[in-house]
Design a protein around this ligand. Structure first.
Ligand code: ZN
Length: 222
């Protein structure tokens, strides 16, 4: 049985990582945020101008890092049913690579879940957002507070603001997403690999909808 790959995309603040984390409590999966995969593979990436300006990295870089991560994880734990990758694809060429590279005997790219939020929501949710520098989990004092203020629930590291969460960068990333999504959308639909959800809903509502979708695929372990 190939390991099934699900990706979650959406503009900043859509709740991609939050949904992936919730999902991994219910099904046997490994969650990899593409930004974390990249920074583990290339530790200096956060110092680069591309990252600080909210620009996109090249496909070659991203897919080398991802291949490496998937291979490592499947060796360490061959029993995972799913890989949940957040933040991919961000443009058409990446959607094409997902179809081309990950529909084989080892991996099966099942679908992309797209969480659509308004620009207003994106700004509200990224403002004051905090991130754990160790595990990459994100928090928000209002929408997703940590158990202890300023400290990661999982590894107790001190949370820091995300470098790319400035107002200006959020607007830029939101617009970039909207433009690129217009190309990604019809392509993935053609391959029956896109599910769109209203990301303005509560975290729990979205979570329930994703579980229903997985049930429909017949793979939910609930
Ligand atoms: Zn952490």
């Amino acid at each position: 049985m190939p390991i099934q790959i699900i990706t979650i995309i959406g503009p900043p603040g859509a709740g991609k990582d939050t949904q992936a984390e919730l999902l991994c409590k219910k099904i046997n999966c490994y969650h990899a945020a593409i930004s974390t995969v990249l920074s583990q593979y290339y530790p200096k990436i956060k110092e680069s101008a591309t990252y600080k300006q909210g620009n996109l990295f090249g496909d070659q870089l991203i897919f080398s890092a991802l291949d490496n991560k998937l291979q490592t994880i499947s060796k360490q734990n061959p029993t995972y049913d799913f890989f949940i990758i957040t933040g991919l694809p961000r443009k058409l060429s990446q959607a094409q690579r997902l179809i081309k590279n990950y529909r084989n005997s080892q991996y099966y790219y099942l679908t992309t879940i797209s969480l659509l939020v308004s620009q207003q929501q994106a700004i509200a949710r990224t403002r004051q957002r905090l991130v754990c520098p160790v595990c990459g989990r994100t928090y928000h004092p209002r929408y997703k507070p940590p158990k202890r203020p300023g400290v990661c629930d999982y590894d107790h590291a001190k949370l820091v603001p995300r470098q790319d969460d400035t107002y200006k960068t959020t607007i830029k990333r939101f617009r970039d997403f909207a433009i690129k999504y217009l190309q990604i959308r019809p392509y993935l639909q053609k391959y029956n690999a896109l599910i769109e959800l209203n990301g303005n809903q509560s975290i729990n509502n979205i979570h329930m909808q994703i579980l229903k979708i997985l049930d429909r695929f017949g793979k939910s372990s609930m």
